[in-house]
Design a protein around this ligand. Structure first.
Ligand SMILES: Cc1cc2nc3c(=O)[nH]c(=O)nc-3n(C[C@H](O)[C@H](O)[C@H](O)COP(=O)(O)OP(=O)(O)OC[C@H]3O[C@@H](n4cnc5c(N)ncnc54)[C@H](O)[C@@H]3O)c2cc1C
Length: 430
C-alpha cells in the first residue's frame, strides 16, 4: 500500500462515455476535492464475449476509434502532468482494487442515462459504501434540472418532447477546458500495445477529442456545410452531407453542449437559417432517446419495447446472417450493409432502410438487428440505437406505429443516378 499523508485526499475519476477535457463538469468537481487524482478507464472483457444475439458489444471499427480516443486523452492529460491508467477487467472489481491500493476516498464519474451505466454506479456504491461519489451530468444538452418535466413524466413521442423543450428550456452552457488537475499517485504507465483493442487500420473517423474539435470547426466555420445541412442531410455517401459528429458524441470525446454553443456562435457570426436550426433539431432527437431510456429502464432492450407490444416477428438465423453480410434480395440493403461492414458507418437514411427491411420484409426480431448495429457501428450509442430500432419496429416511440419504407421509391429519390449502388453494390465485406 502506498504511503499517504493522512491530510491528503486521494481521488479517482472513472472515465466512461466522457473521454474529453472540454466541458467536463464532473471531472472539474472531482479535481477540486482531491490532492491526488487517479484517472482510470476500464475495458470490460465481457465486451468481447458473445451476446444473446450472437454478436459482440464492440466490433473492430469502434475498438480502433476507442483506442485512438484513449490515446488522445492520455496525450492531452500529459500536458497537465497527468496520465490515463487503462485497465482490463470487471469494472467494479478493478475499481475496488485500485481504491484499496491507493486509499481512494473520492470517486468521480460523469452521469450517463444508459441502463447499465446507471447500474454500474449502484454496484460501486454497494461495493465500497464509504466512498464519497462526485458526479455531474455531462452527456446531454440538458440536465434533469433544466428539462421542463420530470423524466418519469416526459412525453413518449418526439414532437411533444421537442415542443415542450423548445418552449421553456435552453441547453446548458459548456464549462470550458479543464485547466488544472491534481497530480496522479504513483502508478504504472498503460501498456498501450497490450490492450485488447484492434487498431492501426485506416478510417475516415479519427478517434479523440482533438479530431472531434477539428471536425466541429470544419463543419461549422471552415466549410460552412452546416448552412446547407437541411438540404444535404439525406445523403448516402461521403463526408460532407452530414456533420459526422455522432462517433465523437457517442464516446463523449465531443460535448453536445459545446456543439450547441459553437452553433449559436456560427449563427451570430455567419448565418442563421433552417439548416442551422435543423442540426439542433437532430441533436434534440439524440436528447429525446437519451432521456427516454431512463424513463423506460429495462424495456429499452425488450422485444415488446416501451409499448409492451408483442410484434409479429420471428427469428431465423440464416436470414439474419444474410442481412448482416449484405446478401439479401434487396440490392440497396446489401449496399448499405457492405458500407457498414467496411467503414463502421452508415447514413441515417440507410439505417432506416435496412432496419425497415429487417423488421418488415424479413419479419425478424428487431433486437438482432440492433445488436448487430451495436457491434458494427463506430458511433454506437445505447439511447440512439435501441431507441431508433424500437421506433422502426413499431414497439417504441413512433406514434404512427410500424413504419415500412418502399425501398424502390426511396432509391429513386435518394440515389437517382445509382451512384451509391455502383459504389457499394458489388462490395462484399462481412
Ligand atoms: C436503426 C437506427 C440506428 C441508429 N443508431 C445510432 C447509434 O447507435 N448512434 C447514433 O449516434 N445514432 C444512431 N442513429 C441515428 C442517426 O442515424 C445517426 O446519429 C446519424 O446518422 C449520425 O451521422 P451524423 O453525425 O453525420 O448525423 P447528423 O445528421 O449530422 O446529425 C447530427 C447529430 O444529431 C443526432 N441524430 C441525428 N439523427 C438522429 C436520430 N435519428 N436519433 C438520435 N440522434 C440523432 C446525432 O447525435 C448526430 O450526430 C440510428 C438511426 C437508426 C435509424
Amino acid at each position: 500500500m502506498e504511503f499517504m499523508n493522512t491530510e491528503q485526499i486521494a481521488g479517482l475519476y472513472w472515465f466512461r462515455h466522457d473521454l474529453r477535457l472540454h466541458d467536463q463538469p464532473s471531472l472539474a468537481a472531482t479535481a477540486e476535492k482531491c490532492d491526488t487524482l487517479l484517472l482510470v478507464y476500464v475495458i470490460d472483457p465481457t465486451w468481447f464475449e458473445p451476446t444473446p444475439f450472437n454478436t459482440k458489444s464492440i466490433g473492430k471499427h469502434r475498438q480502433q476509434f476507442l483506442y485512438e480516443t484513449l490515446q488522445c486523452l492520455n496525450d492531452n492529460l500529459h500536458t497537465k502532468g497527468q496520465l490515463l491508467h487503462v485497465v482490463v477487467g470487471d469494472p467494479i472489481k478493478e475499481l475496488s482494487k485500485l481504491c484499496n491500493e491507493h486509499n481512494i476516498t473520492v470517486l468521480g464519474y460523469g452521469d450517463h442515462q444508459g441502463y447499465n451505466e446507471r447500474q454500474q454506479i449502484v454496484d460501486i456504491r454497494e461495493a465500497i459504501p464509504s466512498l464519497e461519489l462526485v458526479s455531474a451530468p455531462n452527456a446531454g444538452l440538458f440536465t434533469p434540472d433544466s428539462l421542463p418535466f420530470l423524466i418519469e413524466e416526459m412525453p413518449d413521442s418526439f414532437t411533444p418532447f421537442r415542443k415542450k423543450v423548445e418552449k421553456s428550456s435552453y441547453p446548458e452552457s459548456p464549462v470550458g477546458i479543464t485547466r488544472a488537475l491534481p497530480p496522479p499517485p504513483q502508478i504504472s504507465q498503460t501498456d498501450w500495445e497490450g490492450l485488447p483493442l484492434h487498431h492501426g487500420a485506416h478510417s475516415a473517423f479519427i478517434g479523440g477529442e482533438n479530431a472531434a474539435l477539428k471536425q466541429l470547426q470544419f463543419y461549422l466555420f471552415d466549410s460552412e456545410l452546416v448552412s446547407v445541412y437541411k438540404e444535404t442531410r439525406n445523403g448516402l455517401e461521403g463526408w460532407d452531407y452530414s456533420s459526422k459528429f455522432s462517433a465523437w458524441l457517442a464516446n463523449g470525446s465531443l460535448s453536445p453542449k459545446h456543439i450547441y454553443a459553437e452553433l449559436k456562435r456560427y449563427e451570430r457570426e455567419h448565418v442563421k437559417n433552417d439548416s442551422t436550426y435543423w442540426l439542433y433539431f437532430e441533436l434534440l432527437w439524440r436528447e429525446f432517446f437519451y432521456w427516454q431510456q431512463t424513463k423506460h429502464g429495462i424495456k429499452w432492450f425488450k422485444q415488446t419495447g416501451i409499448k409492451d407490444k408483442i410484434p409479429q416477428h420471428t427469428h431465423n438465423a440464416t436470414l439474419v446472417i444474410q442481412w448482416q453480410q449484405g446478401k439479401t434480395n434487396n440490392p440497396y440493403v446489401n449496399a448499405c450493409m457492405a458500407q457498414l461492414n467496411a467503414t463502421g458507418y452508415m447514413s441515417n437514411r440507410g439505417r432506416q432502410w435496412v432496419a425497415s427491411y429487417f423488421v418488415n420484409e424479413l419479419a425478424q426480431d428487431w433486437r438482432y438487428g440492433a445488436a448487430y448495429f451495436e457491434q458494427q457501428l463506430i458511433d454506437y450509442d445505447v439511447g440512439a440505437n435501441w431507441g431508433n430500432w424500437q421506433y422502426l419496429a413499431g414497439v417504441g416511440s413512433d406514434p404512427r406505429g410500424q413504419r415500412q419504407f418502399n425501398l424502390t421509391k426511396q432509391a429513386q429519390m435518394y440515389d437517382p443516378q445509382g451512384e451509391f449502388l455502383r459504389l457499394w453494390g458489388e462490395v462484399n465485406v462481412a
